[in-house]
Design a binder for this molecule. Structure first.
Ligand SMILES: Cc1ncc(COP(=O)(O)O)c(C=O)c1O
Length: 307
């Protein structure tokens, strides 16, 4: 078990507080009913100081998640932007993962969350590659889960709501218990959807594809970044559904996500993927590292410099 490494401050309900003081009551509504929306953002170190990657897009998605759930936040986009920047500064500008979260707080129980007060916080902590440095370098082994991804008739997948992650946790635990690194979830039509916390792409005969938003996925910001890179690199790209067996016969399969970065999948359900040499994934990984670390001048608008 990797212990969370505390930093100095957490932004909570409008102010920076000391890390140990960012507490909630056991009768916090969201703890019981999963009524929380959140984001995952990264701040990287660059030669011009710390920079938050695609902050505005993450905050837009955060506010859209809240809107889908009729959650009224006391802070708008600009205040949340300021909160993230102030927090990174207060924590010494270290490379870290930022977690804005809005949730139904303490004061009312029962299933109508609109009666509970909404609390908002932004925490950050140093977090290495989610699927490990080795996973990012060599590729990970994935299991197609027996759990079906939530779909928009059950829980809207495009809202990053805590409740969705109970479904992710079931899939993740199943994969790990079976000796794999990560899961792949199919949607209720039996087509490939995404990972528990990552989007998925496949490469076949030099054509790159990823399931469309309508397949019941989170519209990943790393997914969008990769789609833009594919255009930059002149690679053929399609948004289309694919099946589990099309994963097995792919030349390359990869996860994308803020936590996982760009991670090759070297095995699905015990079948090795491609030749073990992942040229498209490697190209995308190099470009992504250049973008997040400020070495891609044409993509500098994606960086919010914090110094
Ligand atoms: C279910 C799910 N899919 C995909 C992603 C990837 O999204 P992003 O690239 O915006 O981090 C995430 C991570 O937030 C996720 O939780």
């Amino acid at each position: 078990m990797v212990a969370l490494q505390p930093l100095s401050k957490i932004w909570m309900d409008g102010a920076l507080v000391d890390w140990p003081d960012a507490r909630v009551h056991v009768l916090t509504h969201a703890l019981h009913y999963g009524y929380a929306v959140f984001e995952g953002i990264r701040c990287h170190t660059t030669s011009r100081g710390p920079a938050i990657f695609r902050l505005d897009e993450h905050l837009d998605r955060f506010l859209n998640s809240a809107k889908i759930y009729r959650m009224k936040l006391a802070y708008g986009r600009e205040e949340l932007r300021r909160a993230c920047i102030d927090l990174v500064r207060a924590n010494g500008g270290v490379a870290a993962y930022l977690r804005p979260i809005a949730f139904s707080g303490y004061g009312e129980m029962g299933l109508d969350p609109t009666r509970a007060p909404v609390q908002v916080a932004v925490a950050m902590w140093p977090w290495g590659a989610y699927l490990g440095e080795e996973g990012q370098a060599r590729g990970v082994r994935s299991l197609v889960s027996s759990w079906t991804r939530v779909d928009s008739r059950m829980l809207p997948p495009q809202a990053k709501c805590a409740a969705n992650y109970a479904n992710s946790a079931l899939a993740k635990m199943e994969a790990v218990a079976a000796g794999y690194d990560e899961a792949i979830l199919l949607n209720s039509a039996g087509m490939v959807a995404e990972g528990p916390g990552e989007n998925i792409f496949r490469v076949k005969n030099n054509v790159v594809s990823t399931p469309p938003a309508s397949s019941g996925i989170l519209r990943g910001i790393t997914r969008d970044t990769v789609i833009q890179f594919l255009a930059d690199e002149g690679l053929l790209f399609r948004r289309n559904d694919f099946t589990r067996e099309e994963l097995f016969t792919s030349d390359e399969v990869l996860y994308t996500g803020t936590a996982a970065g760009i991670t090759p999948i070297r095995e699905v359900d015990g079948r090795p993927i491609g030749t073990g040499d992942y040229p498209v994934t490697r190209r995308l990984q190099r470009r992504y590292t250049d973008a997040i670390e400020g070495r891609l001048p044409e993509r500098e608008a994606w960086l919010t410099f914090v110094r």
